[in-house]
Design a protein. Structure first.
Ligand code: NAP
Length: 361
């Protein structure tokens, strides 16, 4: 029997469309043992929601004969035919929308950053626990087959020997001066800046590649950071972090919205070789190459599945919910809280305060 999961998509924007692309492609291929039905689009406007369904090409053949409905947010939270909500709206809306989804009895997969700060994230995980509902931050990067394979090479086979250094950068020129001041990248009220939007991935790679443990059992580390606050917008478009583990391993992590970074965006150095990772989007670990100091043939990997890559986390979530779990082992609540704590400290040191930091739920 295939696992079937009925999704409600909250927000008909950029990332929701990329996520839904993978759900319906999975259904067309019918080879995963999982069926993801898009049941409802929660949207600020009916016509925008209808356009989303059309643009994402959701149809009867790739959605189990179901035509999704477009609903107001309030009706969406009450829809009994939604098993799980995918929250695809800007950061600052996550807290309220996850809360309302859980209160409506739905499991939730919420885009990164999960919330603007750690204290809000803790409240959401406590609510999910109280309601016995699944809740996960959509850190899709961790679920790619490339990451599982790379962790095997680095931690089990130790092909690059002892790991000493990681360089991980996520930089793209967002043309900030020409964006509206109310754009989510610029607006302090929407959690603007680069750390929460893209720096989170540089931190995630350090968590994946400098530590084989996750969440509560993570290996201890310390870090120092610099964050430049933009004179006009008051948010960061340039942040760098140095992390050090007890055994001396270091990571140099960066993010920037003023310039576009070069490939490879990531380099992991060991005593016997080097891993380099390239991609059209550093959040999407599609490709890596391992070269060896002794001149052996390199190991190369490329994901040519045709998926954007969201299917890997969506399938993991479907399996967890079918198994009655309320959190995922690859991206547990404690890992979200750990990364949120790092980002809180970086902001605190630089004096970047979001209006939401002072709010209570
Ligand atoms: N996983 C990834 O690689 C990845 C990539 C990009 C973004 N993200 C994350 O996904 C989230 C959404 O990013 P996005 O680029 O998809 O955003 P977006 O397209 O700008 O907005 C998504 C939706 O959020 C609602 N929204 C946007 N601005 C709003 C505002 N000012 N007030 C009220 N509602 C607003 C709208 O919903 P309606 O359709 O209902 O109007 C919009 O369609 C962010 O938290 C971001 O960090 C993740």
């Amino acid at each position: 029997m295939p696992i079937t999961l009925r999704w409600g998509i909250l927000g008909a924007g950029n990332i929701s469309s990329q996520f839904v692309h993978d759900l319906v492609l999975n259904n067309s291929r019918a080879d995963s043992g999982i069926i993801h039905i898009v049941r409802s689009i929660g949207c600020s406007s009916t016509s925008k929601g209808q356009d989303f369904i059309k643009d994402c090409n959701i149809n009867s053949t790739n959605n189990e004969g179901i035509a999704p409905v477009v609903q107001s947010y309030d009706d969406f939270y009450q829809n009994p035919e939604i098993d799980i909500v995918y929250v695809g709206t800007p950061h600052t809306f996550h807290k309220v929308q996850v809360t309302k989804s859980l209160e409506g009895g739905k499991h939730v997969l919420c885009e990164k950053p999960f919330t603007v700060n750690k204290k809000d994230a803790e409240k959401l995980f406590q609510l999910a626990k109280d309601k016995k509902l699944f809740l996960m931050e959509a850190v899709w990067t961790r679920f790619f087959p490339s990451i599982k394979l790379l962790k095997k090479y680095v931690y089990e086979d130790k092909v690059i020997g002892d790991v000493h250094r990681l360089f991980s950068d996520f930089a793209w020129n967002a043309d900030i001066p020409n964006l509206e001041p109310t754009n989510r990248l610029r607006d302090v009220n929407l959690g603007g800046g680069s750390l929460l939007d893209i720096g989170i991935y540089s931190i995630t790679y350090s968590r994946i590649l400098l530590d084989n443990a996750v969440g509560e059992s993570h290996t201890k580390f310390e870090f120092k950071s610099f964050m430049s606050l933009d004179a006009r917008d008051g948010v960061d478009y340039n942040t760098s972090i140095i992390v050090q583990y007890a055994d001396g391993k270091q990571g140099i992590l960066s993010c920037c919205n003023y310039t576009t970074g070069k490939m490879p965006f990531l380099r992991l150095e060991g005593t016997k070789g080097v891993v380099e990772m390239s991609s059209d989007n550093p959040a999407r670990p599609r490709q890596f190459k391992i070269t060896f100091d002794d001149g052996r043939d390199p190991i190369e990997y490329k994901d040519e599945s045709g998926y954007n890559g969201f299917i890997y986390e969506a399938n993991a979530v479907a399996r967890d919910i079918a198994a009655g779990k309320i959190e995922n082992d690859t991206m547990p609540a404690a890992e979200t809280l750990l990364v949120m704590e790092i980002m809180d400290k970086i902001r605190e040191d630089a004096g970047l305060v979001y209006p939401q930091d002072g709010q209570l739920i």
